[in-house]
Design a protein around this ligand. Sequence first.
Ligand code: C2O
Ligand code: CU
Length: 560
Amino acid sequence: QRLREYEFDVTRRREAPSGVWKKMVLVNGQSPGPLIEVNTGDIVRVKVNNLIWDESTTIHWHGIHQRNTTWMDGVAGISQCAIPPGKSFTYEFEIIDQRGTFWYHAHSKVQYTDGLYGPIVVHDPDERLPPDVDIAAERTVFMGGSFHAYGEDLLESYLQLSSAWSPSMPGVEPLPDVILINGLAAFTNCNLTSSTWPSFMPPICEPSSRQFTTPMPNTTTRPRLINHSSFTSLYFTIDSHPYLTIIEIDGVEVEPITVPGIHLNIGQRYSVLVSPIHSTTTGSFVMRATIPKSCFLPYVPYTSEILESVNHQGTALLSYSPNPNSSLPQNIKPVVNIPQNCTNLPFNLPVPIRKMAAFPPDTAHPSRNTHEINFQFQQAGPVNRILINKTSYSPLPHSAQLWLSLPQTLDSDSDPGSYNNYNFPLNQQVLLLPGPNKTVQIAINSRDIMEHPFHLHGHTFQIVAWGPGEFSGGTNPYTTWNLPNPMRRDTLTIPGLSHVVIRFLADNPGIWALHCHVAWHMEAGMLLTFLERPDDLKHLVHDMSPSTTQLSRSFCSDYR
Ligand code: C2O
Ligand code: CU
């Protein structure tokens, strides 16, 4: 076990990742931030200095379970009060029993959209890799949509159905202007109007062909794919490489399966094995991250102008030694079969390599004791809100934040707050999970036509059932169950107008968020929290170091 220490200086400054200048939030002057590379069992300590003068921040370690350290989970308004301007906070947590590919990102409003994110790789000698495969090198391929406009401005315009200065269409999710791969994108046509800038104020653009290039030995390598987008899933392919072998999904090793391309939703990770076609192959090949338009475009009223202005594809180069610097891609043979039907994609998954039957439910019938969760969009007057079970999440005022009021919350089942900006019932109340090591089963019903990526904090869940329509207490005849060896992951796609049933063990005391990872949706209230094992949590909070407690309290009252 080693202590791995990092220091993150968070700043905001103008950068041109694609050739177009935009306001960005950086870690140590870069975006993506530095790679955190550790071993299972290590302790990670990251001191975060918030050097932005007018924005608070937090960092969430996406996929890391934070076993017994729920207050290090980094969700503003839930696990901590955000780090105010000029202040520092030190995150410290142990990586217990986990390995694979993860990432970190700001979890305060939509701040990560503007660049506060980076990859995490956890190594473990016991990781189960396919036999007889010698991985000569690994690379993180960190990709996601980026907007020319600043996230907060876009959010404001999204939430207000009409607004005076509206980058993008009010009430409609902005489409990313470019797809970045490892922080770079080629944006060559500055005449295109941006989808996120009003035409009277065009962005400052210098045509650029900056493109991430990674040299690879020409044997088997392991790209670790991560989608850090704010809105869209991505379809990943490599030219002339129709065989990508998936070996890990969200930190879970899986039975290898070979596919021509990978559909990654926001927050999802895949490790793949890639080999050149011939051992003599040299030169560069284009890696492409493409927005599968059919998953989004039919559902949102974009104008043709907007559609044209968006670069639907980000590219980067994979260059085989001994010719790593050749920038001209060879053998351009794009793998182009971008799926046209998104609905079935999420469940065409390999099974986990560690065979594990589904956690048994409390009673024999698989649909018993299910928390059912429904989400839908609702417009109330001038505001866009998303409801989960008829409530819409909105953070409490800082003075009353959840973890701070934890001891009281735990002692009573009183409603912790009645703060309500929008005259919506807010789901401040936390959903109490069943007792220690009980199986929790949650059915999520989508009453919306678009796909939504849901992420659960604190757990890797099993996907035990899915189907079209609603779960309806288990009476839906189209529900497909997989109890013998269900897929396990921490972020899943819920296709439009469908349901998904997940299970996990209540073995991690804490307050955990379950939310749509579309940044705009989360801020519109598409989030709810679980209170897990409150008695154990009370003891953990009691034993917390007083400095952590004091610091967090001071953040809550400091904040403007
Ligand atoms: Cu990747 Cu709640 O976050
Ligand atoms: Cu969503």
